[in-house]
Design a protein around this ligand. Structure first.
Ligand SMILES: C[S@@+](CC[C@H](N)C(=O)[O-])C[C@H]1O[C@@H](n2cnc3c(N)ncnc32)[C@H](O)[C@@H]1O
Length: 251
């Protein structure tokens, strides 16, 4: 996938994504990440990218032209048929989730537009943006961190970025449940033991046990997700027994 971030702070994007797994995806050519500095298209006379609000109000708003001209410089490199899908990072957008990460990872070309200050003049958003995405119900100072969040989540879904499908298919939000708790060596740490069944080497039993713990985690931590799970009678009975056993142990 080819992603261009339109931003006033390109270094924030490069610094955050140039390392570790995303950094490797970039150097391996799986993720083509570009940044376009909107300030390069500042209004010539005073290097301006923002101005005061019509109708009053505090703060400054990013102006249409610097954003639009930056956008045009990016899209002119693409033919009409592979015009990039343009996303504005915005607290007013639909809240980002794993499903959206998978959907975006299937696009060939993406533009992520980052606002700053009070945001961006509505008219240029109407002109160029296909979708607005929020990373949660809170307000940040700029769209750069949200863009990095989206790019990180998208890049993990690109073939070749993670070692194999198992590396992410069992993870939280990939299926219907949150991921079960996980353990590594040593088998006993500060008197806390790794559940014995995980040391048994019995793959079927381990799989069933992990599924049960996944269901339990989801029930306790995210009842909203738990409600939507299509749980079989057999699983339900096992879960009730697991809850009772766990409570007894805690008493
Ligand atoms: C201070 S915010 C502007 C908030 C805007 N005035 C409002 O009330 O909706 C500046 C920029 O940060 C980005 N931003 C802030 N919070 C965000 C969030 N939760 N998700 C995505 N982008 C966000 C957007 O790009 C936005 O243009």
């Amino acid at each position: 996938v080819d992603i261009t971030v339109l931003t006033l702070f390109p270094e924030l994007i490069q610094d955050a994504l140039g390392k570790s797994i995303t950094g490797r995806a970039i150097s391996d050519g799986i993720l083509n990440l570009h940044t376009k500095n909107i300030r390069d298209n500042a209004m010539k006379a005073y290097a301006k990218v923002d101005d005061t609000l019509y109708g009053g109000g505090t703060g400054m708003l990013m102006m249409c032209d610097p954003v639009y001209n930056s956008y045009l410089e990016v899209v002119e490199k693409f033919s009409k048929s592979d015009k990039p899908y343009t996303v504005y990072m915005s607290p007013k957008g639909r809240v980002f989730d794993q499903k959206k990460a998978i959907e975006l990872s299937k696009k060939d070309n993406l533009i992520l537009l980052c606002g700053h200050y009070e945001g961006i003049d509505e008219r240029v958003i109407e002109e160029i943006v296909d979708e607005e995405i929020s990373i949660g119900d809170y307000v940040l100072t700029g769209g750069e961190l949200p863009a990095c969040v989206v790019i990180d989540a998208v890049s993990r879904m690109l073939p070749g970025v993670l070692p194999n499908k198992d590396a992410y298919e069992m993870e939280s939000h990939m299926g219907d449940c949150l991921e079960h708790p996980q353990y590594t060596k040593p088998a006993v740490w500060r008197n806390r033991k790794v559940p014995e069944i995980l040391l048994s080497g019995h793959h079927k039993k381990i799989k069933d046990y992990n599924r049960l713990r996944s269901l339990y985690e989801t029930m306790v931590r995210r009842p909203d997700l738990f409600e939507k799970i299509n749980i079989s009678n057999e699983e339900n009975e096992k879960l009730i027994k697991y809850v009772k056993d766990t409570r007894k142990l805690q008493e």
